[in-house]
Write a protein that binds this ligand. Structure first.
Ligand code: ADP
Length: 159
């Protein structure tokens, strides 16, 4: 299959994100991880920092690139000639929000297909918010994020 977009906040990228990117790269000829720059979630990292960390963390994944995009994902789909949106599904709790997004995107662009991939069970409860909180309280996040991300988070945290 041709090009898929993999959108998210990636604040910061975790092993869960990487797991999904690897799976997507085995299915699609080209995967574009799209770092959302819309400040919906009041992110800890700037878009540039999030892109840089994602690029470094995903550099061994074949045929993947990382970009930032300020607008609607359906416009990004058109610009990149992409046919699919990849989203990771962890627990059932993700479903409600993901349904809203998938149907809304399809309402806006009929050809927009959302494809859900499940991570390895060990990442099924991992998310960026938890990682930030653990780091904030001095916990070890080495199990959840690559070394380059761990370093960046610790730089942001007051000692
Ligand atoms: P968003 O704000 O769009 O949810 P995220 O950066 O939180 O962006 O997530 C981007 C995508 O990666 C989403 O589809 C999310 O479900 C998926 N994802 C994040 N963490 C994991 C994980 N541990 N396992 C599987 N998918 C994940």
């Amino acid at each position: 299959m041709p090009t898929a977009l993999y959108p998210g906040t990636f604040d910061p990228v975790t092993y869960g994100h990487i797991d999904i990117a690897v799976r997507a790269s085995k299915i699609f000829r080209r995967v574009v991880a799209v770092v959302a720059t819309n400040p919906v979630k009041n992110p800890l990292f700037t878009p540039e920092e999030r892109v840089e960390m994602a690029r470094e963390s995903l550099r061994d994944v074949p045929r993947i690139e990382v970009i930032s995009y300020p607008g609607l994902i359906i416009n990004c789909l058109k610009e990149y000639g992409a046919s699919a949106i990849i989203r990771g599904l962890r627990a059932v709790s993700d479903l409600d929000y993901e349904f809203q997004m998938a149907f809304t995107n399809r309402n806006m662009l009929e050809s927009a297909e959302t494809i859900f991939l499940m991570p390895s069970a060990k990442y099924a409860y991992l998310n960026s918010t938890l990682v930030r909180q653990i780091a904030q309280h001095g916990g070890d996040i080495g199990e959840f994020v690559p070394e380059c991300v761990k370093r960046k988070i610790l730089e942001k945290m007051p000692v």
